[in-house]
Design a protein around this ligand. Structure first.
Ligand code: BGC
Length: 497
């Protein structure tokens, strides 16, 4: 075979291999229907099952939040927010007219707290308390001055974006870490207690952690507070804020469920709440854990590899590992290494060992790089070439870049289509689209993927139209970006605590 013939054969083999992978990532209309129905089944099972900790099903965790703000709430409270990348301490002033002012100090979580296996809970919560101290020094120094005893305690709402088996508004034990953390001795411990103990130890006993909330619950509450609950498109019709959700480093969502359906709540709690006139409670679905048994979730060999080799929680949060920002780049990285192994890409490297180090390093390729490749329309995909050189030190041919762009689009398409499933399922289960005359609903969304990934929201909308809610249902859904959800939401929780 001549060099040209060989080159052509390799390109054909590459195209075939890439098309096969893209076929595997394709979510058909039937699959959307099947997954939505299964999601509803799993929600119902999760609401009945007592134990959210060991189950491989949907955790469906009661949040003990039983009412929604209406925008008239007023007051100044502290909020702290531990996510996958940053820790924030904020002082939130709610003005009672849907608006707020927020002062914050944000710090990147030090790598050693995420990577070092010997880190303990004490290390983590002492770090959080030191950051809280820095915030108090700057924004509430009066509490550190002599004679500060007469000042009222400072209430703090804590947004903790990990699965917690919540037992009241301000108590609950960590079920397991997700995203990057691996600190083993936090699992099973009460998060509020850990934080409060360290605040006391740092000399901040006047800071009272009065509420703990998941970031999705915060997003739902803050969206309710900020939204004036009308939709300009329907000339003033009242819309319901039905779901709070995150598509960022991780993914998850929450919604209001009727208390009578939350069978996992102890009978006496349910009765007491109903007697107090409470009818609904926010449920944190922890949908990142949807179908951990992979009964219906599409699963490629790359998904297995990401779960088993690259993630800190193998066997759990398998839906998240197909959808969220932490993993989209990793899926692509695993595919590229495999295509090299098949001999159809990067043939200048004779063996795996010779590949650029970054291409061999788990979680090295960020989803942000994929977002640039997704929409690259430059000549010969020159921007993709630069992105791959910068992020992975990986030189590419035009044919390789063309294939990589196809793969990126296949991965993001699957992610967005899967992302629509919980929304369709919750809307269908709660009958939210038929509740009022028009049945319009708002979905408060936060997170880098839904906010910044090009085309993500419009792909989600396509999927919603193909899902059981249909095109008519999809038209009633308003996906809204809810900014600062975790800070304002935690503050709202703390205010009512
Ligand atoms: C966590 C959720 C969180 C979501 C978004 C997931 O990994 O389990 O509790 O809401 O990430 O931050």
């Amino acid at each position: 075979m001549s060099f040209n013939e060989l080159h052509k054969a390799t390109e054909q083999a590459l195209t075939k291999a890439v098309d096969d992978i893209c076929d595997e990532f394709y979510i058909s209309d039937e699959k959307l229907q099947e997954l939505t129905d299964y999601f509803i089944e799993q929600m119902e099972e999760g609401l009945n099952k007592q134990d959210a900790t060991s189950s491989k099903g949907l955790p469906m965790i009661p949040s003990f939040v039983t009412g929604m703000p209406n925008g008239t709430e007023r007051g100044v409270v502290l909020a702290a927010d531990l996510g996958g990348t940053n820790f924030r301490v904020c002082s939130v002033k709610l003005n009672g007219d849907h608006t707020f002012q927020l002062e914050q100090m944000k710090s990147k979580i030090p790598d050693e707290l995420l990577d070092d296996e010997s880190v303990t809970s004490k290390d983590l919560f002492s770090y959080l308390s030191r950051r809280t101290m820095a915030f108090i020094k700057k924004y509430h120094p009066e509490y550190l001055a002599p004679n500060s005893e007469s000042l009222p305690p400072l209430k703090l709402g804590f947004t903790f974006s990990y699965p917690v088996n919540q037992t009241s508004l301000n108590s609950g034990c960590l079920i397991r870490w997700t995203k990057g953390f691996k600190i083993a001795d936090t699992v099973g411990k009460d998060i509020v207690e850990l934080y409060q103990n360290e605040l006391n130890a740092q000399g901040l006993p006047f800071v009272h952690v009065v509420a703990m909330t998941n970031d999705t619950v915060g997003t739902l509450l803050s969206h309710c507070y900020c939204s004036d609950n009308t939709d300009s498109l329907t000339s003033g019709d009242i819309t319901e804020v039905a779901i709070g959700c995150i598509y960022g480093t991780g993914t998850n969502g929450c919604y209001m469920e009727e208390i009578k359906n939350i069978k996992k709540l102890p009978e006496e709690d349910r009765k007491r709440l109903l007697d107090e006139g409470k009818t609904h409670m926010v449920i944190n679905t922890e949908w990142g854990s949807f179908d951990n048994n992979c009964k219906h979730l599409p699963t490629t060999k790359y998904d297995v590899e990401v779960d088993q080799k690259s993630s800190a929680n193998p066997g759990f949060h398998l839906f998240e590992k197909r959808v969220s920002g932490m993993y989209l780049g990793e899926i692509l990285r695993c595919i590229l290494v495999d295509l090299h192994d098949q001999g159809v890409m990067f043939n200048q490297y004779r063996s795996y060992d010779q590949l650029p180090q970054r291409l061999k390093s788990p979680l090295e390729l960020s989803s942000e790089v994929l977002s640039h490749i997704e929409i690259d329309d430059s000549k010969e995909l020159a921007e993709t070439e630069l992105s791959l050189l910068q992020s992975l030190r990986l030189p590419t041919t035009f044919a390789e870049r063309h294939s990589i762009q196809k793969l990126v689009r296949g991965i993001s398409h699957r992610s967005a289509y899967l992302a629509a499933i919980p929304i369709a399922a919750i809307l269908k289960k709660t009958n939210a689209l038929n509740k009022r005359y028009h049945g319009e609903v708002e979905i408060g969304c936060d997170g880098s993927v839904v906010e910044y990934y090009p085309g993500f929201r419009s792909m989600m909308r396509h999927a919603l139209a193909l899902s059981p809610i249909g095109a008519e249902g999809e038209r009633k859904v308003h996906l809204r970006i809810a900014k600062d959800g975790s800070g304002v939401g935690a503050a709202l929780c703390a205010l009512v605590a």
